[in-house]
Design a protein around this ligand. Sequence first.
Ligand SMILES: Nc1nc2c(c(=O)[nH]1)N[C@H]1C(S)=C(S)[C@@H](COP(=O)(O)O)O[C@H]1N2
Ligand SMILES: [Mo]
Length: 236
Amino acid sequence: MGMADGTPVGRRVVLGMLAAGVGGVLFGSKAATVLERVVAPLALRDGTGLLSLFPVGRFRFYSVTGPVPARSEAEYRLAVGGAVATPLTLTLADLRALPVTRLTEDFVCVTGWRVHDVKWKGVRLSELLDRAGVAGSAQGVLFRSFDGLYTETLSLAQARRDDVIVAYEMEGGPVIHDHGGPVRLYCAPMFGYKSIKWLDRIELTEADPGPGYWANRGYDIDGWLPGAEGRVDRPG
Ligand SMILES: Nc1nc2c(c(=O)[nH]1)N[C@H]1C(S)=C(S)[C@@H](COP(=O)(O)O)O[C@H]1N2
Ligand SMILES: [Mo]
């Protein structure tokens, strides 16, 4: 989200050309293109986070916490816990060994930017829930990020949709760090803020998990894209 939604760019907003060093941290030292090195460091800071002003590739990057320490594919673990029969700790290899789901959908941020036909690959969240064995007492799902701040939540029915995946590939390659890699949630029927980046824990909660990071700040807790709630999964 980043740009103060629906409000004119106000005095809180400082348009800063970040020092090249800061851009390097935010966008990764392995930035592949000149675009990423030269253009991406032009960022808008609005008091809630940092948003790249110009697309990098087809995307903008957004993080409420600014730079997030990278986690390598080898050290990455995803925990599934809380109200489950069998808590899981999954490596990236474990995730890749599970049945694959591919989705191609527009990625839509509530602030107005949209990326058409983004290809995602991962494992259905429902697959992980089934493997962990959701307890009858579970009321919802809470997602945590290794940025240490961002959270998201889904109802059990939302979490079981066919178009909600734990994604490890995007646009034909690994989910890169800036996009929340090695693993992020991709919740196709909802606005981008539901797709938590740098996912490291999925928790089945005994109470209603309530709002996540942005819903706590006024956004709709469900975040349905127009028409998407009743939509059936379109694989591909
Ligand atoms: N951990 C974390 N996840 C996050 C965010 C964030 O700031 N931190 N921003 C959300 C918002 S508002 C959007 S639009 C998308 C942006 O994804 P991108 O940076 O890959 O374009 O990630 C979502 N997930
Ligand atoms: Mo967003």
